[in-house]
Design a protein around this ligand. Structure first.
Ligand code: ATP
Length: 424
């Protein structure tokens, strides 16, 4: 986002901000999820999660139309904040608590998702502050600082990667939903009235980025929001087909001038931009792209993970392999001396020294070569090179490719060049 777009710059904003920031952004009043408790198990659920789970169950039974109808009904009720209707829907569908197995439900109530803490050591000096539930507000309050120091002209973007915190009632599915997670967000500041085009354009750009990860088109879909967040005039999610179904990885939101206007009002500081092309002062509109780093990692892991049966007539065999595209694999190359003696480790070390400033390399001399290859498959290392007795004679090594498991002989001093070519 920042390197390939000349008009997008990065920032690292604070996690603690003035509490009024969250009043202005609407999070104190509106950052709620409707929840329901089961009276027998005392377990609390997010209403949308309960209903979505029921729809999922219907799909596994081949009742796709009913599932679609149920989700439609839910979206409509959520859009109207109709809590009685949502409770009724849960009761009518016979949805039960997974623990008590009963339908003894409380009313549906709203719960705020922000974590709060106190600032200051003496109690009467304390001030309730919040851990940021999104990184976006740090960008909004700094928008003019960045625009002025970066001499940026509209349209331009400010992006950041950072921790966000949400008091999720049910944090589950590994790193899919956590209370402390990492967001990668970008706010794109535009002229009012151009939001429709920029919204469409960012949808397309972001989908292209997703496809560039090597994930096929069918594994993604857009999901338009029916219930819009308090700040949005259009919004959609990019969903990925996780092993547990299509789920959001990224949100694209047209946030209008909602945030900047409110910060201007609450801080009494002008949030206006002077557009010399049209000779006008205005509060810019904003398109936001917001993706979870952890969810992206989970998506990459889900996509790459494979268990392969390599059995032959003679013996049973299998392997676990992470088929990451080479440019994404955390570890690019393993350098493996066949044995720990006869000068082979020393030669392997010279290959490590030649390569390690360019990409991540892993050196290992323990265990049989077959075991070492399998360990590298399991962490997704795309290339292994093995130094053996022949290396001492003709300075060649064996390179082994993770996906095909094919091996070939190459010159030891070409390893760096070959790997570099493949990982770019
Ligand atoms: P969800 O509907 O799954 O709760 P959201 O619509 O509240 O997500 P946004 O506020 O749009 O999410 O946040 C942007 C991105 O941040 C999401 O697309 C997701 O990738 C990530 N994200 C949000 N909440 C969590 C969480 N609790 N754990 C991990 N990642 C999260």
């Amino acid at each position: 986002m920042t390197q390939m777009h000349e008009n997008i710059v990065g920032i690292d904003a604070a996690i603690f901000m003035h509490p009024t920031t969250w009043k202005a952004s609407g999070h104190v009043d509106n950052f709620n999820d409707p929840m329901i408790d089961n009276k027998d198990s005392k377990k609390r659920y997010r209403v949308d999660h309960l209903i979505e789970a029921k729809a999922e169950e219907m799909r596994t039974e081949g009742r796709d139309d009913e599932a679609d109808g149920l989700l439609d009904d839910m979206d409509k009720l959520l859009a109207k904040d109709d809590f009685d209707g949502l409770r009724q829907l849960i009761v009518n569908q016979g949805i039960k608590c997974a623990i008590s197995k009963t339908s003894n439900w409380t009313e549906v109530r709203q719960f705020n998702l922000m974590f709060s803490t106190q600032m200051g050591s003496v109690s009467d000096e304390t001030n309730e502050i919040y851990l940021r539930p999104e990184t976006a507000q740090g960008i909004f309050v700094n928008f003019l600082n960045v625009q002025k120091t970066g001499r940026l002209k509209i349209p331009f973007g400010i992006a950041q990667i950072g921790k966000a915190f949400r008091n999720e009632i049910v944090a589950r599915q590994f790193i899919f939903r956590m209370r402390e997670f990492e967001q990668m967000e970008m706010q794109y500041f535009i002229r009012p009235g151009t939001q429709k085009e920029w919204y469409e354009s960012w949808k397309e750009t972001r989908m292209k980025w997703h496809l560039s990860l090597g994930i096929p088109k069918e594994k993604y879909r857009f999901h338009d929001h029916v219930k819009l967040a308090h700040y949005a005039d259009a919004a959609c999610d990019i969903e990925y087909d996780f092993p547990f179904g299509f789920k959001e990885v990224e949100g694209i939101h047209s946030r209008t001038d909602f945030d900047l206007k409110n910060h201007q009002e609450y801080s009494k500081k002008k949030m206006q931009y002077f557009d010399s092309e049209v000779n006008q002062n205005y509060i810019p509109y904003v398109i936001e792209t917001s993706i979870g780093l952890d969810r992206t990692i989970l998506m990459m892991l889900s996509e790459a993970y494979a268990e392969e049966d390599l059995s032959t007539a003679e013996k049973q065999d299998s392997r676990v392999v992470l088929r990451f595209p080479s440019k994404i694999s955390p570890m690019k190359l393993a350098v493996l001396p066949l044995v720990k003696k006869d000068g082979l480790p020393e030669i392997a070390r010279t290959i490590m020294d030649d390569c390690k400033s360019q990409f991540r390399c892993f050196y290992e001399e323990k265990d049989t070569i077959g075991k070492r290859y399998r360990r590298m498959d399991a962490i997704g290392t795309p290339f292994c090179v093995t130094v053996d007795q022949q290396t001492k004679q003709d300075n060649t090594v064996t390179i082994r490719y993770r996906d095909t498991m094919q091996q070939e002989r190459i010159a030891a001093d070409k390893v760096r060049e070959i790997v570099l070519k493949e990982i770019q």
